[in-house]
Design a protein around this ligand. Sequence first.
Ligand SMILES: [Ca+2]
Length: 321
Amino acid sequence: MWFMERIHSAKMLITIALLSICLCVGATELKDKTLLPEGYGLAARYPGDMGIFGDKAVVFSENFEGFKGERFTRDEMGGWDNFYHNLIITRDKENVHSGNQALMIRHNEVPRTHGAVKEIAGYDTLFVRFYMKFHPQFPATHHAGMYIRGGQKGALQDNPTGTKPTGADHFSVTLDHLFPGHGASPEENDTPPGWIYNYCYHMDQKDVYGDIILPTGNQHGTHTLGEDFIPRPNINPQRNKWYCYELMVICNTPGQHDGRAAIWIDGELLTEQPNLSFRTVESLKARFVTLSSYSSRKAENNIMWYDDIVVATEYIGPMAD
Ligand SMILES: [Ca+2]
């Protein structure tokens, strides 16, 4: 019997030893790469986003249901702090994601930016989730999506386009669609609206304009995102279809290259971009959320819709039924 017991004990020891090895490997992997969430997030607790603004992690939300007029005006701009040019409130059911109203942008004049900006308290980690749809014959445009901009408090009116970040003034991560007519767009990106990418202003960018960081890598830049960057396939969304987009930024620790950006589509992680440097000072934080579309060329049907925007300090995820 003692012999059998010893064999049993030996087996137990081997099992424990193997388990310890497995646990050690697991711990090392997690230390090197913090796993990002996927699927449903905090929005799952608020079906239809009802009451989501009351969540302790939510800092701003906009579903365009409160607008009485036909467009943004200086007297009526929801919870936003500023807006640019023509932001139309649509009540056309076909082009509303939820509720009875949504935002429509239509480019008739060029060059022109249409958009809205919200200043929030500064955060080191920030997520923006929104729904967006393009016209069935959308021709693609220079920029279309959502920005998280870093800035100092009250710097709302400054336009940092074409200015390389110093580490103390600004940065941005953007969920954008790569214009097939863009000089840095690969030939395979030939269908509107264009591949989703991060138009990123960071300290290691190539020149005065931000880098074009695709899921496959940094297309227009010298910063390679490091050895732990995992390339993923580029995705071109369909037109005439609502998608749930989500954008994240984690500011770097000043002096370290540990900033990160990530994009999800319909709750699936599309790209995670590590080893970014956005700042040299703690006071520079994610502070401005900007919905924006820019057109440089005249074209028919340059139209898109937005709805159900939520800004939070945690992963938000798709709207729950
Ligand atoms: Ca709505």
